[in-house]
Design a protein around this ligand. Structure first.
Ligand code: OAD
Length: 239
């Protein structure tokens, strides 16, 4: 069985935590997930950062350390290989803050929830830009301040209650795609959970790959059950 793509297809790929699970990064929901027990979820908010930046930075420092040890898996590699065939007709929009798509060789990747390996000024009015930063700041005294305005730095990730990044590009690309593929996301977090339905109503063929049905399963024409690391290499073919 394969998910046959024509050379003229325009492919939009939405990925979630599941695509990185086989690389050793925990997903959010379910057993052993980062949000299990609901303690960590309380750290991913602007309010939590204002209340206790040290605690929030400790959490993201721990995730940076784990991320530094991980490598892309066969699912990331299959998607990167597909980009060599489809070029600008393929875009990956990931909810993941890891950089494993890029490490596998993908170049057309939008991080709608930001990147673990970037920091930015916590002052929303500061003109400074996010920048690459892989350092860990487990103690309050280690958290650097912005060179322009002096506010403390924060991870460049989208927290609950904040607007995801790159949405104009994402929505434009969604409208143009003829094939919409989702990999490894539970379909529970908006706005990403609505993308499949938007694409389907626009006439795209919609597919899901993951070990279980997502919450928005009704938006997919076909569901390929199984882990991304083995399903993607066998499914992704260009005719
Ligand atoms: P979830 O933890 O909600 O869902 C992970 C999905 O991956 C589940 O549906 C699993 O079945 C699936 N999965 C597990 N192992 C897999 C594998 N080997 N191959 C393929 N799929 C697998 O993670 P997300 O849906 O990505 O947002 O979560 C969405 C957002 O919620 C995250 O970006 C994060 C979180 O709160 C923010 O932090 C803003």
């Amino acid at each position: 069985m394969s998910l046959l793509l024509q050379p003229t297809d325009r492919l939009f790929v939405l990925t979630g935590a599941g695509v990185s699970a086989e690389s050793g990064l925990a997903t959010f929901r379910g057993k052993g997930g980062l949000w299990e027990g609901n303690r960590a979820v309380d750290l991913a908010t602007p309010e939590a950062f204002a209340r206790d930046p040290e605690l929030v930075w400790r959490f993201y420092s721990m995730r940076r350390a784990r991320h530094a040890e991980c490598k892309p898996n066969a699912g990331h590699i299959a998607l990167a290989h597909l980009e060599t065939k489809l070029g600008a007709r393929m875009l990956i929009c990931t909810q993941n803050v890891d950089s494993l798509h890029e490490a596998a060789g993908s170049t057309r990747v939008l991080h709608m929830h930001g990147k673990l390996t970037e920091s930015r000024c916590s002052n929303p009015h500061c003109p400074s830009e996010p920048f690459e930063d892989r350092k860990e700041y487990p103690a309050q005294s280690q958290i650097p301040v912005c060179k322009i305005c002096g506010a403390i730095l924060r991870p460049h990730v989208c927290w609950f209650g904040e607007v995801p990044y790159h949405m104009d590009e994402v929505l434009a690309s969604l409208q143009q795609c003829s094939v919409f593929l989702t990999v490894g996301t539970s379909g529970m977090v908006q706005p990403a959970a609505s993308f499949a339905e938007l694409a389907r109503r626009n006439g795209a063929r919609t597919y899901y790959v993951g070990p279980e049905n997502p919450a928005n399963v009704f938006s997919f024409q076909e569901v390929f059950l199984g882990p991304a690391g083995s399903r993607l290499p066998e499914l992704l073919r260009v005719e």
